[in-house]
Design a protein around this ligand. Sequence first.
Ligand code: SF4
Ligand code: SF4
Length: 454
Amino acid sequence: MFRSSDHEDSKKGFQMDRRKFLKAGVASALTAGMVGAMNVLPAEAAEAVKNTAGPQTGAKSKLHPVVDYGGSSVSFVEHNDQWLGTTKIVGTIKPYHEAEQGFYMANRGKYSPEAQQGFYHYKFVMKHPFGAAIAQFAMSLMAPQMVSGQPSPQKLPIPDPEQMSQHIKDAAYFLRADEVGIGKMPEYAYYTHKAPSQDDLLKDDLSKSIPVTERLPYVIVVMIDQHLETMLASTGYDGISASQSMRSYHTTGVVAVILANYIRGLGYNARAHHFTNYASVMPPLIMAAGMGELSRTGDCTVHPRLGFRHKVAAVTTDLPLVPDKPIDFGLLDFCRVCAKCADNCPSGAITQDRDLVEYNGYMRWNSDFKKCTEFRVTNKEGSSCGRCMKVCPWNSKEKSWFHTAGTWIGSKGEASASLLKKIDDMFGYGEEQIERYKWWLEWPERYDVSALKH
Ligand code: SF4
Ligand code: SF4
């Protein structure tokens, strides 16, 4: 199995410290050289560096009027029967039962006995006391009355859906979302059924599954960063790994639950979907709301500034809104030549294939979520995994003009993608450990938390 230290010696020869590199001013020379080599105007690149935040279709928030795409070159694309953003739809996308999702397949004993034990009662998260502390709070958002309910009998008239969309985005930012988008809700994203209890899943008894009948026209997607400094000091599959996810899961859950409650108070239907209570899968919603593209990992989306370093929750609703458009920042071309996540995935779950394949009526990379799930719930050296999140070049590392320029260049097609990947490797992103950011209890090296009961 891959360990990051295996790569350290071989990479030392050509890695350099990015701060020294920037200080020496070599970066500007290199960037100018690359820009010339790619036959794009240096002035255009300079403008992109100045203007790191892009426009957004749909309504603009007053609190957050420009969306930060991290300098990527973003265009807006379609959501129709043939396309969901940059994902091509080639047949009928069949909705599925929540119990067919990876973690629940582990719970049902469809994978290994170790995976079944590792997922039961979220042991793979609870085994670290910090992950447990956050997850236990998040469980309180699980109850059906937290995510849905009857709308107020008095409907607030909405004469201007664009103004209401602006207000909803402002409300989400006020509640501390990092990014918000609104999309047309893709019907195929709804589960056919909600999974039954973990105890029923343990017996592989799906008889108490609840059909998902809701069909609402819009979705509001709320995204929260998993925390830059913690990511920089984590291997991606150590003790803090699940806590990084839980940080964003529980916060997006809180924002979505409050937003849905607020919208019901205005007299409209609204259901929150968050990590302890979903009625739909999230990646199509993220794409529909203009917040990401499908990546080499299969069904996970990458955001142009945060990469995978985020979690989302959503609110489906019939409140009249104006949807944003899906985005295209060149990720398909980039993933085709990059494969950094595949090179670094400890379970070998991510494909090295160059091309996409047809899967359930749409085109995606043929990655193996079973291997990923197995590793995350049985990881003996840490709690879950986010190694692919750590190494992906779109996971913005710092606010610098050089990084912004690199991201802009990377969104310009396959040749430039190869250059950005080389820069990312050269700086050792994804490999280096920045000890000064490390703030959590070392585990399992110094603190034996395995004896603690949760
Ligand atoms: S989260 Fe899954 S796909 Fe990503 S690196 Fe870990 S095992 Fe691989
Ligand atoms: S690491 Fe590279 S191949 Fe993997 S998702 Fe990110 S850009 Fe795509």
